[in-house]
Write a protein that binds this ligand. Structure first.
Ligand code: F0G
Length: 463
């Protein structure tokens, strides 16, 4: 691997610094902007580099394919397999990998039919080692922490980042501290932090409050910040864009739909597509649209505001992963929407619940925050923003087992309040009824079971 040939560029004022000159909060000292990692092939990365000196597209494709047959951990990783495009670690021996990435791209025929599209796929990032897309970013940024000889790493999290950080820190033998909002994350995620041995702190505040405390802490203690303001996270999170193209035999899809919380992942994927385009790996770039929950929708508000002002909100949604009112990376996400021509939509709690059940009924399953993508797609189709032939890929960010309580409550009819249920239209009401599969308790008697099976068959048709 080529050693670190990157710089950091402030996304607000454009100032360029070397990777090791960045401060502990990953913000530009002049304008408080966030950084992007840039390379000679980044747009405006280096005017001195001509196209002839850039990595060769066909050689890269061949190399990435070849590495699939290797037994080396870095080659088996779906992130480090593409390491030519993320030269961020000085000493490759410091790379910490759990063989992340290599996630499936599933066809979604029933969801496609339900929304009236010819073609719909889902890239399931929940199939990563700790069950979310965060692993792809964590392997990258935590390897940089190990490379720079940090002993402590930390993050504030709605649960998935902390699970990923705890696992990778444990693998690397680093110590880690996790801040999560008390009582507002799914238990599965909290249990992962404990299982992987993190120092886990539940703060009596929301996610945005956890970020405030952590930002203060890292300026007082030599601790490496692993929230997504750390631009190296995004270098790992751009690699699913490469995988999608490989999996589609380099045929570019039209539209990528991503959930939006702290708003880093959408920009990471956008960065991946833009870099591939610059290198000639693809001839055009798909649109990237971002979907938020109605109760945590600052980017949506920005999108529909004619003055384009970002105003933080007090966040509330059962999709706890994206319960974020003051997203750190909103400007990066906004740039991706503007540059790639996507949309931003918001979806209600009822719409999220229905979309999640429909994805589950495909045999795929995902956590609630991921289901906003399908709920949002329905809206974009209804509004005429996505048409029937558009080849669309949903990014499912987390595994269904991350928040099994949500699923159980839904199927028992206990998720939504009566007032929320009353707002559901007739057609969706019927869909919910067909999808809900609450467990029943029976006597251990085969006649009783047979009778129950017969009446179940009479009452239900295939959804
Ligand atoms: N989906 C899931 C499952 C998530 O965990 C997150 C973010 C998102 C979507 C949104 O991604 O923040 O890049 O816009 N979870 C973070 C966490 C905040 O702490 O685990 P984003």
């Amino acid at each position: 691997m080529k050693v670190a040939t990157h710089n950091l560029r402030c996304t607000e004022c454009g100032a360029v610094i070397s990777g090791d000159a960045v401060n502990s909060i990953f913000r530009c000292p002049d304008c408080n902007g966030l950084y992007d990692v840039i390379y000679p092939w980044s747009p405006n990365g280096s005017t001195a580099i001509s196209n002839d000196n850039l990595p060769n597209a066909s050689a890269l494709r061949w190399l990435w394919q070849e590495r699939r047959t290797s037994t080396l951990p870095v080659d088996q990783s779906g992130v480090w397999r593409f390491r030519d495009l993320l030269p961020i670690v000085e000493n490759p021996e410091n790379i910490v990998t759990l063989r992340e990435g290599n996630t499936p791209l599933y066809e979604m025929p029933r969801c496609a039919k339900a929304v009236g599209l010819d073609w719909l796929l889902a890239k399931h990032q929940g199939m990563n080692p700790t069950g979310s897309f965060k692993d792809t970013g964590m392997t990258a940024a935590l390897s940089v922490a190990a490379d720079r000889k940090f002993e402590w790493v930390a993050c504030a999290s709605t649960g998935n980042t902390s699970a990923a950080m705890a696992a990778y820190a444990a693998r690397a033998g680093l110590r880690c501290i996790v801040f999560i909002p008390e009582g507002k994350i799914a238990w599965g995620k909290l249990s992962q932090s404990m299982d992987y041995g993190a120092f886990t702190v539940q703060l009596k505040t929301d996610f945005d409050g956890c970020v405030r405390i952590l930002t203060d802490l890292v300026t007082r203690f030599p601790i490496y910040l692993l929230n997504s303001v750390n631009p190296y996270r995004l270098e790992g999170q751009k690699t699913p864009a490469f995988e999608i193209l490989e999996q589609l035999d380099w045929q570019v899809p039209d539209h990528i739909i991503v959930p939006g919380g702290n708003l880093a992942n959408s920009s990471a994927l956008g960065k991946g597509f833009i870099e591939m385009h610059r290198l000639g790996l693809i001839s055009r770039i798909p649109k990237v649209s971002i979907i938020q929950a109605e109760g945590a929708n600052p980017l949506y508000r920005w999108f529909i505001d004619e003055n384009r002002v970002m105003r933080p909100v007090k966040a509330d949604t059962r999709a706890t992963a994206i319960r974020i009112g003051n997203p750190a990376s909103w400007r990066k996400a906004a740039n991706v929407i503007d540059a790639l021509g996507g949309w931003c939509e918001q979806v209600s709690e009822q719409e999220i619940a229905l979309a999640k059940a429909q994805i589950g009924a495909e045999g795929i399953g995902c956590e609630p925050a991921s289901a906003v993508t399908f709920a949002g797609l329905k809206k974009l189709v209804a509004l005429g923003k996505v048409n029937r032939e558009e080849r669309t890929v949903l990014i499912l960010t987390g595994h269904t087992l991350k928040d099994s309580q949500y699923t159980i409550d839904y199927h028992r009819g206990e998720l939504l309040t009566d007032a929320e249920k009353a707002q559901i239209g007739e057609a969706d009401q019927a869909r919910h009824t067909a999808l809900r599969k609450p467990p029943i308790v029976l006597e251990a008697d085969s006649n009783v079971v047979l009778h129950a099976l017969e009446s179940h068959m009479k009452m239900t048709q295939h959804v």
